[in-house]
Design a protein around this ligand. Structure first.
Ligand SMILES: *[C@@H]1O[C@H](CO)[C@@H](O)[C@H](O)[C@H]1NC(C)=O
Ligand SMILES: *[C@@H]1O[C@H](CO)[C@@H](O)[C@H](O)[C@H]1NC(C)=O
Length: 423
């Protein structure tokens, strides 16, 4: 059932703003009203957060985070006793453990470590209850969902370090947890997909371990550029949030001014790179790597032809990127593979494990996802792409019985089939 709190909230706000029908919906998308409600709620919260932030009442990120926490819908079936949820602390990081109830004291289970999305500054752990419980029931895996600390109070690299600490704890305590560390799966949604890639590489390099496979759910793998798919659509669900601010929060900039945002949205931050860096990154983000079948009939790829990935010219000495050295140094991190794991060279991408990747057409992150998949294949990684023409970013959290979209269920069913086939 739609949570009562959410229903009241939507009703109240709907009275205030009646422009819900103006929200962009992808052509032919059948569940448009439901989509509009979800988008409207998030974008309204985002606007309110911006307002209270501007008035110095509460920091914008904090208001947004708290309200999303408050409105998160668990979607758990309370009479369903087949999954047991526990709250624990592993190496000083809070986690939620989902364990199949039929499986006490029997052979060790495979384990799926899940990293939630939310642009590294919001969390909505409850919204994944339904998804993660379904995975547990269908696959008999133990699922550990990480409640990592969030930016900007806990900026890069704290969120991914928290996840690393959980993985280390799980490997060290496999016996006590009754899990089989040889059956380790990492899965991440959006920003969580970014973290999953960071962890996979670290596991391969520092511990000579490759997870059985990783699941990248429309991963947020590069924070540096605007790609054609973000011009073509209003980004799908993700655009309800202020992504440019989220990037700067992740770098630890609490106070993001309009000038700072403009430095990124104007693409002027690319003027910080040397020629050599530009050439390398340009080859990593080449739109020509995207297979044609994903481009047919999509006119936004033509629009993009006239837009350079990198700006040319020199920065004005008054530009904040010149004036504020600390800001410029931080912004340059967006081009680093540590923050943008898809900007890694092929000889580093080869450390990635076998990958199941979910990509949606209606998503500003479509292109970077498809490019990453092609480059991982070039590096010798076994990648299976699950591409959904009629799905949008964030859809996997809307899979519970009442609020769910048809496409969400399809994504979850195929994910479960892949897991069953590969464990
Ligand atoms: C909730 O779980 C019970 C017991 O497993 C089941 O009978 C019922 O159909 C479920 N309800 C929904 C809405 O899924
Ligand atoms: C970007 O840089 C160009 C000069 O290279 C300048 O004309 C323009 O105003 C800058 N834009 C922003 C938003 O700083």
């Amino acid at each position: 059932m739609l949570s009562k709190k959410l229903a009241i909230f939507i009703a109240l706000v709907s009275v205030l703003f009646l422009d819900i029908n103006k929200i962009y919906v992808k052509h032919d998308f059948e569940e448009s009203y439901k989509y509009r409600l979800c988008y409207f709620t998030t974008s309204t919260l985002s606007k309110l957060a911006n307002l209270v932030g501007t008035l110095n009442l509460v920091p914008e990120y904090k208001f947004l985070r708290d309200s999303i926490d408050y409105l998160s819908i668990s979607g758990l079936n309370k009479s369903d006793q087949s999954v047991n949820i526990e709250f624990k602390n592993f190496n000083n990081v809070n986690v939620q453990i989902y364990r199949p109830n039929n499986n006490k004291n029997v052979s060790p289970l495979g384990v799926l470590i899940f990293i939630h999305g939310g642009c590294y500054f919001v969390r909505n752990l409850d919204s994944y209850d339904s998804l993660l419980s379904t995975i547990v029931k269908e696959t008999n895996l133990l699922v550990i969902s990480i409640n990592y600390r969030l930016a900007p109070e806990h900026p890069y690299p704290i969120p991914t370090d928290d996840c690393w600490n959980v993985v280390e704890y799980v490997l060290k305590n496999a016996q006590g947890l009754n899990i089989n560390p040889e059956k380790l799966i990492l899965a991440g949604d959006s920003a969580g997909g970014n973290a999953a890639m960071v962890l996979s590489k670290r596991l391969a390099k520092e511990k000579k371990i490759k997870p059985l496979f990783q699941v990248l759910i429309y991963p947020w793998v590069q924070l540096a550029f605007t790609m054609p798919s973000s011009l073509g659509y209003k980004g799908g669900f993700i655009s309800a949030l202020d992504i440019t601010k989220a990037k700067l929060w992740y770098l630890g900039l609490n106070e993001v001014s309009a000038e700072m945002k403009a430095a990124i949205t104007s693409n002027n931050h690319t003027l910080l790179l040397s020629e050599g860096e530009k050439n390398l990154i340009e080859s990593y983000m080449d739109v020509n790597l995207i297979p044609d079948k994903y481009k047919i009939g999509k006119s936004y790829y033509d629009l993009y032809k006239n837009l350079p990935l990198f700006n040319t010219g020199t920065l004005d000495p008054n530009n904040i990127l010149v004036r504020d050295k600390n800001f410029a140094d931080k912004v340059k991190m967006l081009f680093s593979e540590k923050v943008s794991p898809s900007l890694d060279s092929l000889d580093q991408l080869k450390y990635q494990p076998k990958t199941y990747q979910i990509t949606c057409e209606w998503d500003s992150l479509k292109d970077e996802g498809l490019i990453l998949a092609e480059r991982m294949k070039q590096a010798g990684v076994d990648v299976e792409m699950a591409f959904y023409e009629d799905c949008f970013h964030g859809m996997i959290t809307f899979s519970d019985a009442s609020l769910g979209f048809v496409g969400s269920k399809k994504i979850v069913e195929n994910l479960i089939l892949y897991i069953k086939k590969n464990i």
